[in-house]
Design a binder for this molecule. Structure first.
Ligand SMILES: *Cc1c(COP(=O)(O)O)cnc(C)c1O
Length: 361
């Protein structure tokens, strides 16, 4: 008698819902559902990727030194304490696999990124959801949920899908007050969108219990390549390197990411464009009765009167070839998350939401 079963926790995982990319019967959709850079990657990254095509028979670098050095150069970090993964998703998975197991708890916030829960369950640990304070991370609520079982505390700062963030003093207070066996993970997937913000790197340098994750999927426009990285205390990075596959990133991905990291002018250009159109879109939507919290990232969480209006607007936008993200799965049924596109996309979104509001009155 065969009786094959998955490890405990695995069957509690609900499949990750990625942002839709297609609408039936519509050819030229504008995809604003996955927080991608509408301007695409740096030209130098594309060139590096193309050059790598001639070395596809070679295994990639396993120590990833060249990319780690580029990150360290540009952001003034210690290259020895950087680890690269197949997206920051893989770094999140490493953290859960290495530090949490059956009986352990992994804290994430109410509207936090879905991969924290998925990776905690995959590791056999128990995810613990903590409420937020009007869509903002609540440090006191997190501390109240901590116990001797807490191994990891995940916070995205800025958070997705809310776009809000908490300040350095609050993060430091959290790092100082979590239990001694717990790691505070600062997910900086959107850190690059804030000029001068280090994503928590300075705190990582000062503490033994703080770890930062970053990605090339958002501002750097390389979501397809799957490159993310982590920065942490030497002892924690050493643990993660033991479970990292030796060839977890392809050489084409490493090379393209390195070129993207070094193209600082393009990075700055993308940050400025995002800020300009994010501000324009948010204020335009607000004027027509669709408010949002001030976003620090490359998307806006647009709030509607109720779930029916949010769903109605989403359906209408689809008829106009615009794909945004429903976030009911993140406990935000009244909202739609709209990625800040290029100028033309932002104008089309505002125009269409205005038409929808006018028609639904
Ligand atoms: C997009 C995103 C990530 C990362 O994605 P990768 O593509 O796996 O690097 C991580 N955290 C948050 C909060 C995100 O929104």
């Amino acid at each position: 008698m065969i009786s094959i079963t998955a490890q405990p926790g695995i069957m509690d995982i609900e499949l990750y819902q990625s942002g839709a990319a297609h609408i039936e019967g519509v050819d030229n959709v504008i995809k604003l559902s996955s927080n991608e850079n509408p301007l695409g990657p740096s030209k130098t990254a594309i060139e590096a990727y193309q050059r790598a095509a001639f070395s596809l028979h070679r295994y990639p670098s396993s120590d990833q030194a060249s990319l780690r050095n580029a990150i360290a150069d540009v952001l003034s970090l210690d290259a020895d304490r950087i680890i690269c993964g197949a997206g920051s998703d893989e770094i999140i998975a490493f953290l859960c696999q290495a530090f949490a197991g059956p009986g352990d708890e992994v804290i994430h916030t109410e509207h936090g990124f879905a991969m924290y829960r998925i990776s905690a369950l995959a590791a056999g640990a128990t995810p613990v959801e903590v409420r937020e304070n009007d869509r903002v991370t609540d440090v006191d609520a997190i501390l109240a949920a901590c116990s001797e079982k807490t191994k990891l505390v995940f916070i995205a700062n800025p958070n997705n899908p809310t776009g809000t963030m908490i300040g350095e003093a609050e993060i430091t207070r959290l790092a100082d007050a979590i239990p001694p066996q717990a790691i505070l993970v600062l997910d900086g997937a959107y850190a690059e969108y804030i000029e001068g913000y280090d994503g928590g790197a300075a705190l990582v340098d000062q503490r033994e219990n703080v770890f930062m994750t970053r990605t090339f999927s958002k501002l750097y426009g390389l979501g397809s390549l799957r490159v993310g990285w982590g920065y942490g205390p030497a002892a924690l990075v050493d643990v993660l390197n033991r479970i990292r596959g030796p060839f977890n990133l392809s050489q084409s991905a490493l090379d393209a990411a390195e070129a993207a990291m070094r193209d600082i002018d393009y990075t700055n250009h993308c940050r400025c464009e995002n800020e300009k159109w994010r501000t324009w879109l948010a204020s335009g939507l607000s004027e027509i009765g669709v408010p949002s919290d001030v976003s620090q990232a490359n998307f806006i969480l647009a709030r509607f009167a109720n779930q029916a209006e949010a769903e109605g607007c989403d359906a209408y936008l689809q008829t106009q070839g615009l794909v945004v993200r429903r976030v009911a799965g993140y406990n935000l049924p009244n909202a739609l998350r709209i990625t800040v596109g290029d100028e033309s996309a932002c104008r089309q979104v505002l125009h269409s939401v205005r038409n929808f509001k006018a028609g639904s009155k």
